[in-house]
Design a protein around this ligand. Structure first.
Ligand code: F3S
Length: 754
């Protein structure tokens, strides 16, 4: 469980030198984000400052965290790298595969029964390769990371979009796909486009019913779900300093909901208090010694317009509580203003459930403030109208909250205490009656409220608010209840008001826990066998991909995709999630969401060997079985969306040699390269129109594959006519070597063996 203090000290030791050098290169004072980024460059300093939003830069993150759904394929790939241990401290957290149904203990046991194969695999791989393993029930990845591993001025990546939560302790923490995590585990650099910077100046101080959650709900309303794209959001000002570290974590967590690369805060007394309360005095002492380097320069915060690409100012003293939703987290409405909107839009006003927890809002402070509202309901004889569900963020928080009587308070309102896990936040909620798809409203303190996310019912209107506001609204059972102005009627028929929430930033008697749920890896894991059953449906060991080689002839068109093709079209999520660790099984969703340009249908393409129309994966398998490579043709921005590596591994597994498109989403293009296949673009995008349904492809000069050199493709049509097409690519020499070896991992393995 132990954090790596030697690694942290090294980060701090080099900080002054690197930050001072960066200041010289940039020629001006620096933001905190820039200090952390320049301190984590993979190799030497550039001669010119990096251009924000333009330059791709190699970084060296300090640590990695993976959750159970994404860790499976990441670790299966890492196993191929031929390394004895991961190159940087890494942890795996079992939190996504636990369904919330009837309460913590039984739900946890059920998850262990149904997913033991996956958990055992993750535990044994972790043990073998020096990875810390957090058992099912230990907690939600981001809360556990904040409590144990996050540190001011650090840089981490995680295979989950809310990795950004660790910005609450002054980190640059970024969510990535498994392939990126594998690179860092295997001691390769991690590439990121140097982000733009958005500054958020917080003045004043929160009070009354307003919570840190309301800051990000307000910011989401201003920036919308796309407003943070490609940017780091850096918070500063007296208001920032006045909030707890976990409150800052909430704000950073939901930076994912505005598309931000990440969010962060400068090191301050709240972070020091949190570090000490969570047993990390050593880190606090070390951070104190370099404190000026762990926050932005004074001049930057005094004149932010000069240094940030965009600046937003929020007065916390004037900020009101918000309710955001439904169906999108940026639809912000001040509490008190929702009734009109709800009636106009037909949102049910009756609230059926109030859910508190998730990685966003499950700290001790969150639970204590929500409990202060719940307690008043009991004391004032008000019966809760909606049902309550609580997901503590970690076993440490749960144990401490139970010890301090907080969970009893919720249980007095008949709340269901679920496992310390994601549960309803990721659709792992067996909510009774959800299959009837009744229109209804719930309110929760989570981050995302997309359709179907909580209970699978597309008609569940999910609203997002602070934990204390969720508690008040769930007690009232009315979405338009405003605890600042409205009274409730109690069991005696009397009108009662709820007082403002109160709580504790940190547990007054300190944190405690009996079994935090951590398993440290053995020192030497070389003797550990990772066992995956041959007939497993959920896990499959990977075989190294065979190089495609420099002769691709007689390849057949698999699909010419019409229009938008995201990674969801290429590798759908939802029910396919359970196959994330089994490449062959998940490949049965290959491109099933993409539209075939020739018949405008999804998942129906012509198999040129039989002339019949078939699902895409079936046609791909038929070509593969016949020893024929296939080719995918696509439109603009092919592969946009998530960074999931399955979208590149599946076509590779099913024998696709090349993906030729008008343009790529960059991460997907890189993922194709990593898997050792060709990701190419039409030099003349109108050549897309030349591709016909029965086309055969011959690569004419692949034996001369070189950086900055076009490739030539001969396209044979059904009527025996031919077109010669020029193709562009962005492979550098190293990436061409990936192609030649069959994959990036094959190359790493080869170099290791030397
Ligand atoms: Fe889990 Fe929901 Fe967070 S799925 S990691 S609790 S966003």
């Amino acid at each position: 469980m132990a954090f790596d203090i030697d690694m942290i000290k090294k980060v701090y030791e080099r900080m002054a030198g690197r930050v001072d050098s960066a200041r010289k290169i940039v020629g001006r004072p620096l933001t905190l984000s820039e200090k952390i980024l320049y301190n984590h460059l993979w190799d030497g300093f550039p001669k010119e400052p990096f251009k924000r939003g333009v330059d791709y830069v190699d970084f060296a993150p300090d640590r990695i965290a993976c959750q159970d759904a994404t860790a499976q394929m990441a670790l299966l790939q890492f196993m191929q790298a031929g390394k004895k241990k991961v190159a940087v401290p890494t942890t795996v957290h079992c939190d996504h595969l636990i369904q919330a149904k009837i309460g913590a203990d039984k739900d946890l046991q059920e998850a262990i029964n149904t997913s033991s194969e996956v958990f055992n695999f993750l535990a044994s791989v972790s043990n073998k390769y020096g990875i810390g393993f957090w058992k099912p029930g230990a907690g939600i990845i981001h809360q556990v990371v904040l409590e144990n591993y996050a540190f001011p001025g650090g840089m981490m990546i995680g295979t989950d979009s809310h990795t950004v939560n660790a910005g609450g302790l002054g980190m640059i923490a970024i969510g990535v796909g498994g392939a990126d995590a594998v690179d860092v585990m295997a001691d390769m650099p991690w590439e990121l486009k140097f982000p733009k910077l958005i500054g958020v100046k917080l003045t004043g101080k929160l009070s009354g019913w307003t919570a840190p959650k309301d800051v990000i709900l307000k910011v989401a309303g201003i920036l919308t779900v796309k407003g943070g794209t490609g940017a780091i959001v850096e918070y500063f000002g007296e208001g920032a300093v006045s909030m707890s570290a976990t409150g800052k974590g909430t704000i950073c967590n939901m930076g994912a909901e505005i598309g931000a690369t990440t969010s962060t805060f400068g090191y301050d007394a709240s972070m020091e208090r949190y570090l000490r309360a969570t047993g990390r005095d050593e880190i606090a002492d070390a951070a104190n010694k370099v404190a000026p380097y762990l926050t932005g320069d004074d001049e930057v915060y005094e004149n932010p317009e000069k240094y940030f690409d965009q600046v937003i100012e929020i007065d916390l003293s004037a900020l009101k509580p918000y309710i955001n939703g439904p169906f999108t987290p940026d639809l912000a409405t001040e509490v008190g203003g929702i009734k009109e909107k709800a009636i106009k839009n037909g949102w049910p006003l009756e609230v059926e459930w109030g859910l508190i927890g998730s990685c966003t809002n499950s700290s001790y402070e969150d639970l204590s403030r929500a409990a202060s509202i719940a307690k008043q309901a009991v004391d004032k004889k008000v019966k809760a109208k909606a049902e309550f569900g609580i997901n503590p963020g970690s076993e440490q928080v749960r144990y401490t909250a139970e010890r301090d009587g907080l969970l009893d308070i919720f249980e007095n309102l008949d709340a269901m205490i679920f496992t310390n896990a994601c549960g309803p936040c990721i659709g792992q909620w067996a909510r009774e009656g959800a299959d009837k798809q009744k229109k209804n409203t719930i309110i929760h303190s989570f981050n995302r409220n997309f359709s179907k996310r909580a209970d699978g019912n597309p008609n569940t209107h999910a609203f997002v608010a602070s934990p204390e506001m969720v508690a008040a609204i769930a007690i009232s059972g009315k979405l338009d209840f405003n605890p600042m102005t409205d009274a409730l009627i109690n069991a005696d028929g009397k009108e009662v008001m709820l007082d403002e929430p109160t709580g504790f930033e940190l547990p007054p008697k300190g944190f405690d826990v009996e079994d935090p749920g951590f398993v440290a890896p053995v020192e030497d894991g070389s003797g550990i066998d990772v066992i995956v059953s041959e007939d497993s449906k959920r896990l499959q060991l990977l075989d190294p991909f065979t190089p495609i080689g420099d002769k691709i002839t007689n390849a057949k068109l698999l699909i010419k995709v019409f229009g938008k093709c995201t990674t969801d079209h290429i590798s759908m999520a939802g029910p396919w999630l359970r196959f994330r660790g089994h490449l062959d099984n998940i490949s049965n969703n290959l491109l099933i969401g993409a539209v075939n340009a020739f018949n405008q249908e999804t998942n129906s393409v012509k198999n040129q060997l039989t002339g019949e129309y078939q699902p895409v994966p079936d046609a791909a398998r038929a070509y593969k079985a016949a020893g024929i490579y296939s080719v995918v043709v696509g439109d603009h921005n092919y592969g946009e969306g998530s960074s999931r590596e399955h979208a590149a591994m599946e076509p590779r597994h099913l024998g696709v040699a090349a993906v030729i498109v008008k343009s790529f989403a960059r991460i997907h293009e890189t993922n194709l390269k990593k898997q050792g296949m060709l990701g190419l673009t039409f030099a003349n995008e109108n050549d897309y129109d030349l591709i016909q349904e029965n086309d055969t492809f011959n690569f004419v000069d692949l034996d001369q594959f070189a950086p900055d050199k076009q490739l030539t493709l001969e396209v044979e049509h059904d009527d025996r006519t031919k077109d010669i097409i020029k193709l562009n690519h962005t492979y550098n020499q190293n990436q061409i070597d990936w192609y030649k070896e069959g994959s990036a991992l094959n190359l790493i393995k080869k170099e290791n063996a030397k």
